[in-house]
Design a protein around this ligand. Structure first.
Ligand code: MRU
Length: 368
């Protein structure tokens, strides 16, 4: 990720070796502020309050959270407390549980004195793995953009529609759904991205538009409700979205509103792909709508909108009558039948049990 032309990751070890620094996503795009996480509770709070967000980044932050916890209390009770506290922060993204389970399995057999160093090594490894995985997703997915350009007879720009933020900012670096966009753009494929604003928190407007612009990728922000119209009028060649949890059968939980885009894409005959690392697959589940837990967030995210005031402070203004009843489900599930395919670091496959099984990592157990 280049911020002001300088290569950075969204989460980086602090120079003094006693903390990690994260890019504060509650401040973007109004300011680029780095927040220091030095304790377990600071790491848990950063995930809960969405200072860091996006399934892969949540997982890596949790791994660093375990390291911070082990520096303070490396007993069995300390390890259990860290895994429980971090695991309770956000329910839908399975990468969180996956990372915590990897940490628990790696650390539990060790003597307490060895746990902090091992936890740090693991967190660094998960961060590096995330970047390598996302680059592979980018390479596999870029073929979809090249195919789309060929379908256009090589004319104009490949028109992508994306929802929420599944780019650099949702990962340690590179991104998932946007990884092929960066890969293709850097290779000279003409591409333009329609960015859904993604109410209620506006991750599209605030984060995706920001990071695409930082990279120089042409993009246009649209209201969430514009997607169906654009798809119907053949203004979109390809819908690319991320995932927070994918069942073994290919159902995809992603940011609320993804389902409606997939429905519209299906009706319009436009290819729609979900892109994610295989750590996002919950191999224990087979019915996403029935089984994936959906996070319900504070209704005030719906009744207010955050923006920047003329004096530079971030403020929330009300957009609904005082006291109105509001609901805020943060994710929805797109059934596999609506997806053209899935893209992981292992390749592109059909959105089905057979498709995913063909890409299943040999080491993955039935539990994340
Ligand atoms: O609530 P968020 O902002 O954490 O939700 C993020 C998404 O839904 C992303 O699309 C998903 O995590 C994939 S990120 C590579």
């Amino acid at each position: 990720m280049k911020l002001g032309g300088v290569a950075r990751r969204t989460i980086e070890p602090a120079q003094d070796g006693a903390a990690v620094l994260v890019l504060d996503q509650t401040r973007l795009p109004f300011s680029t502020a780095w927040r220091r996480l030095a304790t377990l509770s600071e790491a848990a709070d950063a995930i809960r309050r969405m200072v860091v967000r996006g399934a892969p980044l949540i997982g890596v932050t949790a791994a660093y959270g375990v390291w911070l916890a082990m520096r303070a209390d490396a007993t069995d009770a300390g390890l259990a407390r860290a895994v429980d506290l971090l695991g309770a922060t956000r329910p839908t993204a399975v990468n969180l549980r996956w990372a915590l389970e990897r940490a628990r399995r790696a650390l539990a057999p060790l003597p307490p004195a060895a746990r902090a160093a091992a936890a740090r090594t693991l967190a660094d490894r998960l961060a590096d793995e995330d970047v390598a995985t996302n680059r592979a997703i980018g390479r596999h997915g870029a073929a979809l953009l090249r195919d789309a350009l060929a379908r256009r007879g090589g004319r104009g720009r490949v028109q992508v529609l994306t929802h929420c933020n599944a780019g650099w900012l949702a990962t340690v670096d590179v991104g998932t759904a946007l990884a092929p966009v960066y890969e293709a753009f850097d290779a000279g494929v003409p591409v333009h991205v329609f960015v859904d604003e993604t109410r209620p928190r506006n991750q599209g407007a605030r984060l995706t538009a920001f990071e695409l612009a930082e990279h120089g990728v042409p993009c246009t922000l649209v209201a969430d409700n514009a997607g169906g119209h654009l798809l119907q009028h053949r203004e979109v060649d390809l819908v690319l979205v991320g995932a927070d949890r994918v069942t073994a059968t290919g159902d995809v939980a992603n940011k609320i509103g993804t389902y409606l885009k997939a429905l519209a894409a299906k009706d319009a005959g436009v290819p729609c792909y979900a892109l994610f690392p295989t750590s996002t697959v919950d191999w224990t589940l087979s019915d996403g709508v029935a089984e994936i837990p959906i996070e319900e967030r504070d209704p005030r995210e719906v009744t207010t909108v955050e923006g920047v005031a003329p004096d530079g402070t971030v403020v929330a203004v009300s957009v609904a009558p005082w006291g109105v009843l509001a609901r805020n489900p943060a994710f929805d599930v797109t059934p596999a039948r609506l997806l053209t395919g899935l893209v992981t670091e292992r390749g592109v496959c059909a959105a089905s049990r057979e498709g995913l099984a063909s890409l299943r990592p040999p080491t993955s157990g039935d539990r994340p």
